[in-house]
Design a protein. Sequence first.
Length: 294
Amino acid sequence: MLGLRRAAASARHATRAFATLDPAAINKVAVVGSGQMGTGIAIVAAKHANCQVIVLDVKKEQLAKSRDFASSWASKEVGKGRMTEGDKSELLDKLRFTTIEEAPAHLRDVNFAIEAVSESLDVKRSVFTLLDQHTKPEAVLASNTSSISITKIAACTNRPEQVIGMHFMNPVPVMPLVEVIRGLATSQHTLDATLLLAKRMGKETASAVDRPGFIANRVLMPYINEAVFALQEGIATAEDIDKIMKLGTNVPMGPLTLADFIGLDTCLSIMKVLHTELGDSKYRPSPLLPSQLH
């Protein structure tokens, strides 16, 4: 009983602390995970939302790739006339790259953190535990998960009311949407702050309930998975499956090309979440999907 009282008191304290944060004053963002998604999120946070951004990863080599990608992306924007050399320098000055090992020293001033690591609940929980320990009590902790329960992720923190889903689309600098997901405990204040930051990033938002796959991948992944089944069964070649769907339904790329673009490992992870959490055989991953990873 005493433990429950302490937990309740801690939650009330965190809520009061968070209420003092002006969402419009969010100026320092942490992005955990420096892959394609994390780097894209960092770029739009720095370029459009005018935030200082710290990008964290376990691997120095990945951080170097992330830094190079940001520089290359900015150079292309300059070449297209969308940015000046001054804009490029300003953007890169707002980005800092460091390892998870050095995270505590860099997270103290962060008031909004976005996790963009692999689609694994255990990995995400380890990240959120770190963020919960080292960011300001009022900081919002967002996950870029595309299928895993926000409520489950939030459960490992002492501030579940400040945890939210912020599912960006790939490539982040190009795609205009962010899918926003509230967990069971997510507060209205957290939602408002997240929507405002997404708007500052130049994004449109749409909301989904905290169910496996949310909307984007609850609809998209079974479509891709069915295309893989069709290939497995020899109904058509990969080229013809993509051609039929691209020219027949006016989508920009076929489902198999899209699967490669997203990453087969990511597709498989999401299908496993849908199959396990929803318990319906229609979400069973095609056996051909994991075989293509080896």
